[in-house]
Write a new protein. Sequence first.
Length: 316
Amino acid sequence: MRVLVTGADGFVGQCLVQRLVETGHEVTAACRPQDSLERWANQRWGGAVRLVPFELTDPAGIRAALADPHEAVVHLAAVASVREARDDPGRAWVINAAGTARLLEALISLRDQGGPDPVVLIVSSAEVYGAGPARPRVESDPPRPQSPYAASKVGSEIAALEARRRANLRVIVARPFTHTGPGQRPPYVVPAFIERLLAARAEGIVRVPTGNLAPVRDLLDVRDVVEAYVALLARGQPGETYNIARGEGITLAELFQRIAGLLGAAVEPFPDPSLLRPLDIPYLVGDASKLKAATGWSPTITLERTLRDMVDAQTN
């Protein structure tokens, strides 16, 4: 299958491209232009990947990236950080919502001119659910975004499903729950915990600053998440939305202590106001029954393995 991956230079994008190449797909990696990008891509993937520049604010650039026919598109390019979106909500909307709409319109235009009719996987976020009951969330739960990031992701979903209804574009929406893995960097929670705990161990500090540790999260390995994306390209139903989740919750307090145990760091956390997020979602766990029924996907990597792999990656 010929697959275009937008945001291929991001944490998840790199993992997805690698997996697609390993499974025999022909991949085009759409990345933000930057110095030495081609050299970096060749080091990362060798000559197995075609590289194209891509900016969601550039309609002409979007059309150029789509010039070669693709059978599938995975749209990962986004403002992906809740904090970054909060710092500039307008930019988050321009990139996440309007940028998705631009990409979809370019795909529709090319198809209507005799081009391909690809499967388009729009990657949203479980953050769109917002606060709700302390039970696993299902796709029929109404979105209740409570951050600029989540609101802009709802916008991208609306654009996707409108394109499906209006133009019969073969769009699928994925809502991954929190995911992490080797290669992820702060400020995301697991690498941030590891970084602070390593510093505390090195300096002999016994108290480590953290944000709110009460929230419960459904934590997946990024390698399982990209397997879900590949499965959805093959067996997902256009026009549908799918949770990607483990279905189990862990408090951030327990997560912190498990990482501290792996590092042998005898420390205790203390709240730092600068690390607190306004309106944290207290409980965000997902039900992936719909995805499992459609594709047979289930997570295979335990949280313990994920944390060990990340600790090893940041200490070696």
